[in-house]
Unconditional design. Structure first.
Length: 202
């Protein structure tokens, strides 16, 4: 009995370690690893939509090799506490805590007039409460699963969910033109008025 109990304990320890290793190497919101960078084709579509990327508020020197934003806020600066400006690209550090804050932050910065355009990528978590505010804005649900890069800019497979790019701004046609080849575009509809009529045009 003692031997069997010991064998069972060893198996449980091995299983726990395997799960921990999986969580650390796969992009899931509970992994504790937030250094996941967006592939270039999505960055370039965002740049085409907005005309430039003036700010990446959740970045690093490594990530900006790919994004090429005019300005960045690193983890030490904490983009959640800084004002944004201009045309903003956003791939925030995915986590349960940060997910609750990201759309509130982006919408506030836009409504205050600090930002002209915002393109932001998140998981397409349509069943989650934190995701609901994004549904009021144009979005591109990327076809297939986006394979993000690690901090060496190497693609890491094993993403557990689909991703979506949400656009906050007035250049709806530019967003559609830039992202249509990458996914399905959704624009909010309100009876009696289209999105552009309610939110204005360039």
């Amino acid at each position: 009995m003692i031997i069997r109990h010991t064998q069972c304990t060893i198996k449980m320890i091995i299983l726990v370690r395997e799960v921990e290793n999986f969580m650390q190497t796969k992009l899931v919101q509970d992994s504790g690893n937030v250094e996941w960078y967006t592939p270039s084709y999505i960055i370039e579509a965002a740049r085409k939509t907005m005309g430039s990327i003036d700010l990446d508020p959740f970045s690093s020197l490594e990530a900006n090799q790919n994004v090429k934003a005019g300005h960045i806020y690193t983890q030490d600066a904490n983009g959640f506490e800084k004002e944004s400006f201009g045309n903003v690209w956003c791939n925030h550090p995915f986590s349960r805590e940060n997910n609750q804050k990201i759309f509130k932050k982006a919408i506030l910065e836009f409504e205050k007039g600090n930002c002209k355009n915002i393109c932001m990528i998140t998981f397409a978590s349509t069943s989650e409460k934190w995701f609901m505010p994004s549904m009021s804005y144009p979005q591109c649900f990327i076809h297939g699963r986006v394979q993000y890069m690690d901090n060496t800019l190497q693609i890491v497979k094993g993403v557990t969910k689909g991703s979506v790019v949400t656009y906050i701004g007035k250049s709806i046609e530019s967003f559609y033109s830039a992202f249509k080849e990458h996914g399905t575009i959704k624009v909010p509809y309100q009876q009696g008025a289209g999105y552009s009529e309610r939110h204005g045009k360039d």
